[in-house]
Ligand binder design. Sequence first.
Ligand code: MN
Length: 269
Amino acid sequence: MNLMPEQSNKITVNSVAFDLYSSFLKGAAKGPEKIKEVFFNGASNFCTESLYDLVENEKIEFELPLSLVNGYQDIEPLTYQLLKQGKRLISLGGDHSISFPLIAAHHKYHGPINLIQFDAHPDLYDNFDDNPYSHASPFARVMEKKLVRRFVQIGIRTWNPHQKQQAARFGIEVFDMQNLPKASDLSFVGPTYITLDLDALDPAFAPGVSHHEAGGLSSRQILDFMQEINADIIGADIVELNPNRDWHDMTAMAAVKFLKELAGKMLGV
Ligand SMILES: [Mn+2]
């Protein structure tokens, strides 16, 4: 008999302040604290665009940052503990390396899931800078472990031959920037996880990331996808905010906007 507690009726924000597997610049470990600060700084209200007030209705709570005393290897078990308590998580990074253990924890709890990735980069390197757990490699690990049954990538614009081969080998559905789908055409059966790398946005909208890649998505395009995709979203992460590179917190504010809309989507409000 499964004694799992009932799922919480609120969203728990899980902070994963880890950037040791960034290949180019450090700084993403400061992301979760910055997003929380900006969420509460009074610059914006707490409503989704559907007019649901997440704070007034007590539907969002901020968990203490994961205590990563042993580093990266702690992310999966600590996240799984939160899931076992019935919490529904939106995790804040941190660099993109954290998504592999986060997805592994969700897989352990929910079984095979669908995965939607918004990103400039496919993050499919078999090995990068001698680190198979690099932030350039998490989805190679996810696919090798067969953690997801359907994987859709949106906004990619940094292919090279190796990663193109990896995408074909793993059977990934890719919608790169030259080939974006209509949000309302995307439909998923079963539990679905969203991973959002803020560098999916064009640098014009999100200067506060480590890897500026021109030719990206607008904030509005990502919001439209979040609102219109037909899927049961059971968890999400927002990664790669690098406050050292931000301009008047505008990328942090974009992260807050996505956090609110993702929470609304997961709550069905
Ligand atoms: Mn990226």
